[in-house]
Design a protein around this ligand. Structure first.
Ligand code: CAO
Length: 423
């Protein structure tokens, strides 16, 4: 089988056109339509593609040469073998050969048309650097309007073209969803009263929507056996007066959570900008507590909970929730948390799906503890079970890690009495 030559096709009346780029080298495999060289007249430049496939045996042209129709660009080695080499196909049958000839004719026609049209309109003049840059980025240079004389495209034009495309994509992303408006109003169906939404609810709604839409939430549900903890809690008395201490389970849960955060630092973190690939691990333990107030939900922090004992945490809980309810709390107290606890234990209900308090990465929902019959060591026992609902940011925390975290909290609230040390 003889070698095949790829020649400069018919490019109209153009002769002695300068070669500004050679895009292939010896030994390289080329496929149909792969660009071989770029030629440039005084008005236009165009790539000459391969009119058939094969392995380059020799390149007969170098940058700066002047070429005309019929000049040999490359010689492809024994093209059928090379083709088989590339595509691992059986020998080309007669029919395929015919198609190949047709393809070559089409390539040549298109090329000729392009070169002549572009020469007339002068649309795709481009520096070799810009052409290469555009090709590497997969941009069709003919779509770019050049900033130079006669519309010549330079590298900067390619960059501007790409930025404008990116901006368009961003603009599309930022289109806000429309508020759905019904053709009927509520009052069409009966008496209604329209009131102002409390300011706190309006502010909270922005944060809640942000968190719900930006963080991929997952919630793991579990139950902690707090039988011994409850016995201990209820037995607590004031050492001076001998009166029963009023400490709710929440103070114990805060302490248990701090212990778990120390073991699982990724729960005490924030990602402010996922694009920059950075995570902030906090070395402090400021636990947020969701407080139900007549003005709406507020989340003050119990600062440095690791350094406070349970009695102190309990009194601080009362102080900050009173401050929230009386609107006597500094705005700064709503920021800078490690993780939040939202407890419905004093009200009722078991499991729910809490929304993470952005920019935190997890929130612990606590339900009402109840006596349950639990099967232990072959028999049923009456145990006090506390429902836990741990929602976490799945970008940072995996399900297995969340399950281990819940196990650890259960451990801290369980028989091991980790909390006893902290009274
Ligand atoms: N299981 C069983 N009983 C519980 C309990 C639990 N998990 N948690 C609290 N209790 C009991 C307390 O021991 C207390 O009992 P006594 O009246 O017999 O002493 C009673 O319930 C009331 O407790 P409390 O709710 O006043 O106190 P707390 O420390 O548990 O909670 C606070 C403080 C500020 C979290 C709470 O007042 C509050 O606002 N809760 C609502 C939070 C909320 O709305 N979360 C939802 C946010 S998501 O929309």
């Amino acid at each position: 089988m003889s070698d095949k030559e790829i020649k400069v096709p018919n490019i109209g009346e153009f002769k002695d056109v300068e070669v500004i780029e050679v895009l292939v080298s010896n030994g390289q495999s080329v496929s149909l339509n792969d660009p071989l060289i770029t030629i440039e007249s005084d008005k236009s430049s165009v790539e000459i593609p391969a009119s058939f496939e094969g392995k380059v045996k020799s390149v007969n042209i170098k940058v700066g040469d002047k070429v005309s129709e019929g000049d040999i660009i490359v010689i492809l080695e024994n093209s059928e073998e090379a083709k088989n080499d590339i595509l691992e196909q059986p020998k080309i049958e007669k029919e395929e050969k015919k198609n190949q000839i047709k393809k070559e004719a089409i390539v040549n026609d298109v090329l000729k048309k392009n070169f002549i049209e572009k020469s007339i309109s002068g649309v795709s003049l481009a520096s070799p650097k810009a052409r290469k840059f555009a090709r590497e980025l997969g941009v069709n240079i003919n779509e770019i309007n050049g900033s130079q004389r006669q519309g010549r495209v330079i590298e900067k034009d390619v960059k501007n073209f790409i930025s404008s495309k990116i901006n368009k994509i961003t603009e599309i992303k930022e289109i806000k969803p429309k508020t759905i408006k019904s053709e009927f109003s509520h009052s069409d169906f009966g008496e209604v009263e329209v009131k102002d939404l409390p300011r706190v609810k309006k502010i909270a709604s922005t944060y809640l929507v942000n968190s719900w839409t930006k963080i991929p939430h997952v919630t793991n549900h579990d139950e902690a056996d707090i039988t011994e903890m409850e016995d201990f809690r209820i037995s607590l008395t004031d050492m001076y007066t001998g009166e029963k201490k009023k400490i709710t389970p929440l103070a114990f849960i805060i302490k248990a959570l701090v212990l778990s955060l120390k073991k699982f630092p990724s729960f005490n973190s924030s990602i402010d900008d996922i694009e920059n690939g950075k995570i902030t691990i906090k070395k402090y333990y400021h636990i947020g507590i969701a407080v139900d107030t007549p003005h709406g939900l507020m989340v003050p922090k119990i600062r440095n909970a690791d350094n406070k004992n349970i009695s102190y945490i309990s009194s601080e809980l009362k102080t900050v929730s009173d401050q929230c309810r009386n609107l006597k709390i500094d705005k700064k107290e709503f920021f800078g948390g490690s993780m939040t606890i939202t407890s419905l234990g004093g009200i009722g209900g078991s499991f729910f799906t809490p929304i993470i308090n952005y920019p935190e990465v997890a929130i612990l929902g606590v339900g009402k503890a109840q006596k349950k019959q639990i099967f232990i060591n072959g028999k049923f026992e009456s145990r006090t079970m506390l429902p836990l609902s741990l929602s976490y940011d799945h970008r940072i925390i995996d399900g297995a890690e969340a399950a281990r975290f819940n196990n650890d909290i259960k451990e801290n609230l369980g028989k091991n009495f980790a909390y006893k040390l902290a009274i």
